[in-house]
Design a protein around this ligand. Structure first.
Ligand SMILES: C[S@@+](CC[C@H](N)C(=O)[O-])C[C@H]1O[C@@H](n2cnc3c(N)ncnc32)[C@H](O)[C@@H]1O
Length: 247
């Protein structure tokens, strides 16, 4: 249904970007950039089939964030990896093994853990959605195919299990890039709280769902935590939220 609305928008206004919750009249020239295309295609390859994500602008933001972070001291962390679309695109874009950093990749690889969702998320059907995603293959079941995808790179560590229980397996002293994408508030809050003191000055935190429609629990929880940390979040029209650790 939503996809057909994007199609209609593109038909009526051929120059708009219309996909992934976004209809935008401004330039999306980055789509023509060969480096972007190469990275995006590597991300799509991680999913192993046609690109049903169609989330170019979010990946563009992720690549921008990662490129900035690559110049800082510290490793990269993603909490909520799934098949590894975004992180594979980042690793391709940065020629990962040349960088001398480790990419820590954390996921249950079995969908949302019912112990770590809010009552509101439970009532809103988060577990049903997660089970449906596992059933339809939009969430990965098991880590083997993910390991095969990331075998291209040496400097990565896949950490299997539920955040927050696995956070202390990340043995990075400092972190320059943190991507949080678990589609439920409690582990996301725990991850940001855990890594905040380890983030190097200038580090980028990207919250995948912060301003995405229907993910209000995550937005409210992050607003509460960042008020406590004294840092603002920039809500992006892609649905993401962007935080820079300045000091
Ligand atoms: C939207 S997907 C992540 C997409 C991914 N960032 C990408 O680039 O395609 C959300 C992932 O969060 C994981 N997840 C949910 N709750 C989790 C938790 N408490 N600990 C670890 N992973 C979790 C799910 O298993 C799922 O793979």
């Amino acid at each position: 249904m939503v996809r057909s609305q994007y199609w209609l928008a593109r038909k009526v206004l051929p120059n708009v970007y219309a996909s992934d919750g976004l209809i935008c009249f401004n330039s999306h020239a980055f789509l023509e950039d060969p480096a972007f295309q190469r990275a995006y295609q590597r991300g799509a390859k991680a999913v192993g089939g046609p690109d049903w994500y169609q989330w170019h602008w979010r990946v563009h933001v992720g690549l921008w964030a990662a490129q900035n972070a690559s110049r800082l001291e510290g490793d990269f962390v993603e909490c909520g990896v799934n098949f590894g679309f975004l992180s594979s695109a980042v690793m391709e874009h940065l020629d990962w093994d040349q960088l001398g950093k480790t990419f820590y990749l954390l996921d249950t690889f079995a969908g949302i853990d019912p112990r770590f969702i809010t009552d509101g998320e439970r009532v809103g059907g988060a577990m049903k959605k997660s089970e449906r995603s596992l059933h339809h293959g939009t969430y990965v079941s098991g880590v083997d195919s993910v390991r095969a995808n990331f075998a291209q790179w040496r400097n990565q560590r896949i950490i299997v299990g539920a955040v927050p229980e696995t956070l202390d397996q990340v043995d990075a002293d400092t972190v320059a890039f943190l991507h949080i994408d678990m589609n439920c508030a409690p582990p996301e809050v725990a991850a940001l709280r855990y890594f905040w003191p380890r983030l190097t000055p200038g580090a980028v935190v990207l919250l995948d769902d912060y301003s995405y429609r229907g993910f209000d629990e995550q937005r409210r929880a992050m607003d509460e935590l960042t008020a406590e940390l004294g840092v603002p979040i920039c809500a992006l029209p892609t649905g993401q939220g962007l935080i820079i650790k300045t000091e």
